[in-house]
Design a protein around this ligand. Structure first.
Ligand code: PHE
Length: 345
């Protein structure tokens, strides 16, 4: 039995290599491996072997089957390649030469975090919305309860356009909060929306400050919305990014477009006793938020007696730094491939 199997394997492989066309190869395949083929005929003889001989012969028969199948597959590939080469011979191209590597891009760490959060919030019924990076003064400031002479404008210094649009002065938006107004004007209430995007500020740059960075706004407006709803949204988000629940705390914070306003801190995900990231305090300032100020609801044409809501503003760049252990925000917009190539697709 062993001899006959080995002979079938040897002769079969030789027959495959002699097949010069796809049809010929198929014929060989049927002859060797088909239902009434040579291998099946041999296998029928297995039953006649003694119980002691049968396992080894069965194993060998399997190996022969696999070897023949592989030879047929390889034969098919090389025939196809030869056929292609023939077709292309007039074109002056050799398809058997190895191809050149196509450089493929990766996902920027900020975009990776943004996409994850978009997925998470979409699953909770939020719309993902976008606003323009060149924004009207009204949307960026006035409608958010930051009139011309308000001191809060000082920390939001930005670049103003020389040509003003018909809708008033235009500037590079300093935060994603103007999308709160745009989304409310577009969709009305009830509304659940997040707005990731790029923002700009006049900043003295250092490891944690950059003139161009990314934020993600969150806004929920409905009847009867309060602080517990806001806390739930913020905590779900942190759980989404860090893969576990972080201990959080709320401190009062001032932003003209929320009342009351808060700062949410999270227990440092990197240490227990204090480290460089949390500057020894074990707490990391993560995101501001609060209940939507009646002025904002009125700017968007909603009655604050009927509707209430919460808003939060997440530093996406900051979140990506924490998530990936990036120690200097200036890498983010540097375009430096040594940095970017560490984040494959
Ligand atoms: N837009 C604010 C900022 O960039 C952050 C913020 C958003 C605060 C939403 C409260 C609510 O400073």
């Amino acid at each position: 039995m062993r001899d006959r199997l080995e002979a079938l394997c040897r002769d079969g492989i030789a027959a495959v290599s002699e097949a010069k066309s796809a049809d010929a190869l198929q014929e060989v395949e049927i002859h060797l491996l088909g239902r009434n083929g040579a291998l099946t005929a041999l296998l029928k003889g297995l039953g006649k072997l003694s119980a002691a001989e049968r396992p080894a012969a069965g194993k060998l028969a399997n190996e022969v089957k696999q070897a023949l199948q592989q030879a047929v597959e390889e034969g098919r590939c090389s025939l196809a390649q030869a056929e292609l080469a023939q077709d292309l011979s007039g074109v002056g191209m050799d398809p058997t030469l190895p191809g050149s590597d196509l450089p493929s891009g990766g996902v920027h760490p900020v975009m990776a975090v943004a996409r994850e959060l978009e997925d998470l919030f979409s699953s909770m019924g939020y719309v993902v919305w976008d606003g323009p990076e060149i924004e009207t003064e009204a949307h960026n400031f006035d409608d958010l309860n930051i009139p011309t002479d308000h001191p809060a404008r000082e920390s939001h210094d930005t670049i103003w356009m020389q040509d003003h649009g018909t809708s008033g002065r235009l500037c590079l938006r300093t935060h994603t909060s103007p999308v709160q107004i745009r989304a409310l004007q577009k969709f009305g209430a009830p509304l659940r929306v997040i707005a990731p995007g790029r923002v700009f500020r006049q900043e003295a740059q250092d490891a944690t400050h950059e003139h161009t960075f990314h934020q993600m706004e969150g806004l929920v407006v409905d009847k009867g919305i309060g602080v517990p709803h806001m806390l739930h949204a913020m905590n779900s988000m942190l759980e989404g990014v860090f893969g576990r629940q972080l201990e959080t705390r709320l401190r009062p914070g001032f932003f003209p477009f929320v009342e009351p306003g808060f700062e949410l801190d999270a227990r440092c995900p990197f240490c227990k006793e204090g480290c460089k990231v949390c500057k020894g305090s074990t707490w990391i300032e993560l995101m501001p938020g609060g209940l939507v100020h009646p002025h904002v609801l009125l700017s968007a044409g909603l009655d604050p007696q009927v509707y209430s809501g919460f808003a939060f503003g997440l530093g996406l760049s900051r979140m990506a730094m924490l998530r990936y252990g990036i120690h200097d925000i200036r890498w983010m917009m540097s375009g430096d491939l040594r940095f970017l190539e560490q984040f494959p697709a």
